[in-house]
Design a binder for this molecule. Structure first.
Ligand code: MF3
Ligand code: CO
Ligand code: CO
Length: 264
């Protein structure tokens, strides 16, 4: 069944998403020990690919539109879709790691922020605000509310902190497919957009910039960066709408979704 082109899932489908989401979250928990000054993003991705296999899952990103890696790793002013490579992390770098696995046909998609070494205060504040904006978006999820309510919750919070919400990328429906309707915008007006219903599965994945919201994609056709070179952060959960709110499928088993950072 669908509503306005958005699939309505059944109780048994929540089990599938719970299992896929848990593996994604475990991998993101376990990778934390492998982030340090001097480490390359390519090595981090290699470890992630190994773990995807160890858990008996498949990477959703390898082979997706020609993408070749098990993760996207977006450092500093990279907004999203950073390609892992041989560049070494430096002291004070912030990075988003985004992993999507497929288990029994279900997609688990999540990303978080990590840090190398000690963080400048500004970077830590950006991470804090981005994390909290996702949580405010999630709090707006319940049957009867709209997708515009989610975007509005995120946008008003971020802009009150004098930071900006990226418009060029959005969250998405998912389930037995990676990207499905609707586009989940991280900005908007209350009461607009499709009405949320029990059984809808989607991601919320706000990207927040310290400076202006505009982005551009580099010549590699993937890497999106802030036009003004300002720092950018992102957090992503996969969730399902329940009778009275939502279930987060990608909760961290170790409670590491929002890590604590060493202050520079
Ligand atoms: N995981 C990303 C998302 O949140 C999509 C990455 S697609 C890739 O939707 F090809 F760049 F890996
Ligand atoms: Co996503
Ligand atoms: Co993702």
């Amino acid at each position: 069944m669908t509503r306005e082109g958005i699939r309505i899932h059944e109780a048994a489908d929540f089990d599938g998403m719970r299992k896929a989401g848990e593996v994604t979250a475990r991998i993101l928990d376990e990778i934390a020990d492998h982030i340090f000054v001097g480490q390359t993003t390519g090595e981090i991705d290699r470890i992630i690919e190994e773990k995807v296999t160890e858990y008996g899952t498949t990477s959703a990103t390898i082979g997706y539109k020609g993408y070749k890696h098990a993760s996207c790793i977006s450092v500093n002013h990279v907004v999203c879709h950073g390609i892992p490579g041989d560049k070494k992390l430096k002291d004070g770098d912030i990075l988003n790691i985004d992993v999507t696995v497929i288990l029994d046909g279900w997609f688990g998609d999540s990303s978080r922020m990590y840090a190398a070494g000690n963080l400048p205060r500004k970077a830590e504040r950006l991470i804090e605000v981005t994390h909290d904006s996702l949580m405010r978006g999630i709090e707006a999820v319940k049957p009867g509310n709209t997708f515009g309510d989610i975007g509005h919750a995120i946008q008003t919070y971020v802009e009150a902190q004098r930071m900006s919400v990226v418009r060029d990328f959005c969250g998405h429906g998912l389930g037995r497919v990676f990207h499905a309707p609707p586009n989940v915008l991280h900005y908007g007006r209350p009461g607009t957009g499709p009405v949320l219903e029990e059984g809808m599965f989607f991601t919320i994945e706000p990207m927040v910039n310290v400076g202006r919201p505009e982005t551009k994609v580099l010549a590699d056709d993937w890497t999106a960066v802030t036009r003004d070179k300002s720092l950018s952060a992102q957090f992503e959960h996969s969730i399902g709408v329940t009778a009275d709110g939502c279930e987060v499928f990608t909760l961290s088993p170790g409670g590491l979704f929002h890590p604590t950072y060493k202050q520079g």
